[in-house]
Design a protein around this ligand. Sequence first.
Ligand code: AMP
Length: 198
Amino acid sequence: MTPVTGTLRRIGTSTSVVLIGAPGSGKGTHGVVLAERLGVPYLSTGDLLRDHVARGTTLGRQVGAYLDRGELVHDDLMVAVVGERLAELEGRGGHVLDGFPRTVAQAEAAERLVPGGPAEVVVFLALPDDVARERLAQRADGRSDDADGATVEHRLEVFHVETEPLVGFYRARGLLRSVDADQPPDAVLTAIESVLRL
Ligand code: AMP
């Protein structure tokens, strides 16, 4: 692992990053690589929920319809699920969070959940809607919420209404770093590493 140096603020010995971006902005692709690079666990709430749906757990049965419609799962439920997972990941040197928080209410709850907040730095992957639409139409992993045009439109709308206010929320806290996600994957990763001073 390359040691984290420079201006990335560290809480104790941990390194915690939150990724924010529209569907298709590359949070998953880059989150996995970044977590590996930092030597910390990667947590995608979308992956976690899809896994519950696939296994038919109680949680999966509760949230399946929300995922299919591109609706957000209720804040209280998400905060409980993520809180439990973060508690399990404690002592692992931090985390890369993809998909949480997704609303200002979740971000506020996360500040109560994690001493010092869930992130030392928040990376916003900025992407025009048209590019997001094209990418989701081409996404190869066959997610049902990518296949239907109306669901994709709804997810973009939900992103702008519910999630984008987090940009201001974290900018006000001095934690926000914006990256132009409308570039080839290698260039986006380089840009992320650059804002993290890796
Ligand atoms: P993602 O893989 O991040 O695009 O998430 C897929 C779906 O999971 C979303 O469209 C929501 O239905 C649900 N989801 C994931 N994370 C959250 C969250 N933090 N709050 C509410 N719903 C979420």
